[in-house]
Design a binder for this molecule. Structure first.
Ligand SMILES: [Mg+2]
Length: 384
């Protein structure tokens, strides 16, 4: 059974409400969904969301990378996959030349690797849980309050309290952070875990003052308080901060992680499937971080569809320890999602494991194609 087609689709699914953080406002998803097909009619879906401020990838760059990889896949036999490490053949199949401004082409790799994994498992009648056994039987997700004004933030926080969420992440890095945090804390009560994400908004010389002002609100952690780079500033902050420090944009590659560990530059890591180059990379980073004594958050991409949400859920289900889990907003954020089964979390942020074949979600082609802004097909010229 050989690989005969790769279809790359840029989807623009409108959001129910715009989502903002300190550097971006989004009103629709910009998911890049790929599907691979073999000559026996098996299909696998994968997804990545390029984030220029994280991996350096753009949508156009991601599409170009996927197109550049196709000749390395076309007409080849996809090996059986019995463990994530069996996907290591991709390191040979998908060489990537350095691109200026790109830390690593991880969103492209995540999309393609997930699609190949989905295809390989479906072909074998297996699901991800067969190769990455879960150690818990449900996942509890946290909510996210976007960087809107205080009234909007409080309204979001109240909605999340009504849903019964026990952990909330608040986007900060705006002028009124202390007032917003106090209003959110007042609305949520003391029992809810609040943590922050500054998306690199603060300078090294101001970060301690910001954190000291915010800490009395009761903060579980702060994500990416500083920009990526300047490891010495992260080490200093980590030693002195009144709030545990989590890296997100600072962690893309395994080399980033080793450098952060060696420099004692964080307490927690945010591991996301799209950012880490797929389930394989995310698993390696998360397990290495745990081994080094760091806390792990399984993060997500704003606007991800059921495909990436499913991958994230499998990761969160299998890791020996997870501090926080994000994602699986599904139709809480997207006007429509791509899967037959709902992936979005329910009451208290809880969601069951996905036990179906492949990644565990069945993609609805009419929905997928309806939101496709652009479609690129590789391999149409191969004999059927
Ligand atoms: Mg983040």
């Amino acid at each position: 059974m050989t690989l005969r087609r790769l279809v790359i689709q840029l989807l623009a699914i409108p959001f129910v409400e715009a989502f903002a953080h300190s550097t971006q406002v989004r009103a629709h998803s910009d998911a890049v969904v790929v599907r691979v097909e073999d000559d026996a009619g098996h299909v696998g879906h994968g997804e990545g969301l390029p984030r220029p401020y994280v991996t350096g990838e753009t949508v156009d760059g991601m599409v170009a990378q996927l197109q550049a990889w196709w000749p390395g896949l076309a007409g080849r036999d996809l090996p059986e996959v019995r463990a994530l490490a069996d996907l290591d053949f991709l390191d040979e199949w998908l060489p990537s030349a350095p691109v200026a401004g790109v830390v690593a082409p991880h969103a492209a790799l995540a999309a393609l690797e997930s699609a190949l994994l989905d295809l390989a498992l479906r072909r074998a009648g297996k699901g991800v849980a067969d190769i990455l056994p879960p150690v818990r039987d449900k996942i509890t997700y946290s909510g996210v309050v976007t960087a809107g004004d205080t009234d909007q933030a409080v309204r979001h926080a109240r909605q999340m309290k009504l849903v019964g969420l026990s952990a909330i992440k608040v986007k900060v890095g705006l002028g009124d952070d202390v007032a917003r945090l106090q209003a959110i804390r007042a609305g949520m009560g003391d029992a809810v875990s609040l943590r922050l994400d500054a998306n690199g908004a603060w300078a090294p010389e101001q970060v301690m003052a910001r954190l000291e002002a915010l800490a009395p609100t009761g903060i579980a952690s702060v994500e990416q308080p500083l920009a990526r780079g300047d490891l010495a500033a992260w080490t200093r902050l980590c030693a002195e901060s009144p709030v545990p420090i989590m890296v997100d944009e600072s962690l893309v590659t395994m080399a980033d992680l080793e450098a952060l560990i060696a420099a004692r530059a964080c307490h927690l890591v945010n591991v996301r499937v799209s950012k880490c180059g797929g389930l394989r990379g995310a698993w390696r980073q998360a397990t290495r971080a745990l081994e080094a004594g760091l806390g792990v958050q399984v993060g997500s991409q704003v606007g991800e569809t059921a495909i990436l949400s499913a991958a994230g859920r499998h990761l969160a289900a299998a890791l020996p320890e997870v501090r926080f889990v994000e994602g699986s907003f599904g139709t809480l954020l997207l006007r429509e999602d791509l899967s037959r089964e709902a992936v979005r979390f329910g009451h208290r942020g809880e969601a069951n494991l996905l036990r179906g074949p492949g990644l565990g979600v069945e993609i609805l082609p009419p929905v997928r194609d309806r939101f496709a802004l652009r479609t690129v097909v590789c391999g149409e010229d191969l004999p059927a």
